[in-house]
Design a protein around this ligand. Sequence first.
Ligand code: SPV
Ligand code: MG
Length: 431
Amino acid sequence: MKKVYTCFCTDVIHEGHLNILREANKYGEVIVGILSDAAMIKFNRFPTITMDERKQIVSDTGLVSAVVIQDEIMYDKIIAEIRPDYVIHGDNWRDGPESAIRSNVIENLEKYGGELVEIGYTYNENVKKIDDNMREKLAMPEYRRRRLRQLLRLCPVVKTIEVHSGLTGLIAEKTIVEHNGELDQFDAMWLSSLCDSTAKGKPDIELVDMSSRMRTIDDVMEVTTKPIILDGDTGGLVEHFVYNVRTLERMGVSAVIIEDKTGLKKNSLFGTEVVQTQDSVENFCEKIRAGKNAQRTEEFMIIARIESLILEKGQTDALNRAFAYVDAGADAIMIHSRKKSPDEIFAFCDRFRSKDRETPIVVVPTSFNGVTEAELAQHGVNIVIYANQLTRSAFPAMQSTAVEILKNHRALEAEERLMPFQEIITLIDDM
Ligand code: SPV
Ligand code: MG
């Protein structure tokens, strides 16, 4: 009997999958690989059911002889283990980032004369509806809210990108790259106060109020499914913060980061060049405690951001604050720095990790941008936030287009740098 292998990364079996399994049975005994959670989130939808449940729905089709776990997107390991005579797959992976997986399968099969069989992918109204339902499910508050904690368990580093609108949300949601034989995408979104304010042409001084920030969150949520970490500035008055915690939870936000500053907050990237006041440890702990008492779900996270290094108060102050904030109930800490080198961040993380191995650490490598996610992870960092790069790339591009049009009194000269709208709207989903 010949061996046929196919890999599924789905939470729902629809007629497209059944069609593949029926076809596969014509070639021999069928083994289905279920992509593990960690592999699935690298390029596919986030799973809404467990790996065991995914195994079960495939077994329940009655069309398979075995179900195994495939724990890497690329097929090197699984093909070496199973040595199938045939790998069968829908033909919908010839273009885009998934084509790298296809090439990888062909390469591995060639080693021993295995064969790839591609069949027409079933895409009809019914399959589209199932697909849309899956996405809608992931966008629901209860699924989205808990996803950050799930990611912290699954990923070595939760890669997070700034968003400030529906469009930037779509970029965070849909950008997938294939690079050096790996597929990757962002895991989460950072709703930056700096970029949200900048998009409105306003300074980052808590002038854009929470109602307006929530409007932005809603714009992002309408078109995405990934978890949101809100930059909550100082958290404001305790009496307001507790109220906002409940609202954010209800909306499906996963975490709020509040920074230990008081009075008129200025952006941290100004450091000591502007007057900024750090809150007392006691006051800030009180705010954290009040927020934790107010929250109603298990999953929501309140993350305490330590500004000691920004304000040049030193490592010991930063560490004392970190431990105090964790004691007060903070679910994670964020340590910020505006040095060009990551050394002070590494030093802080190493000392924090020597006492606390569990509490997640968040960093924002804007100034020390030469550091890689892997290097940060080696020092115990769990969440890396690229806090403002989308805004900083869009602004100069828009500005030079404006200059170009003004200089030439026409748009022709600017055109070569512009993306056709037909391409932009491929990001936008129809209902
Ligand atoms: C933001 O993005 O608004 C932040 C991070 O608070 S930083 O600008 O680096 O202070
Ligand atoms: Mg901010």
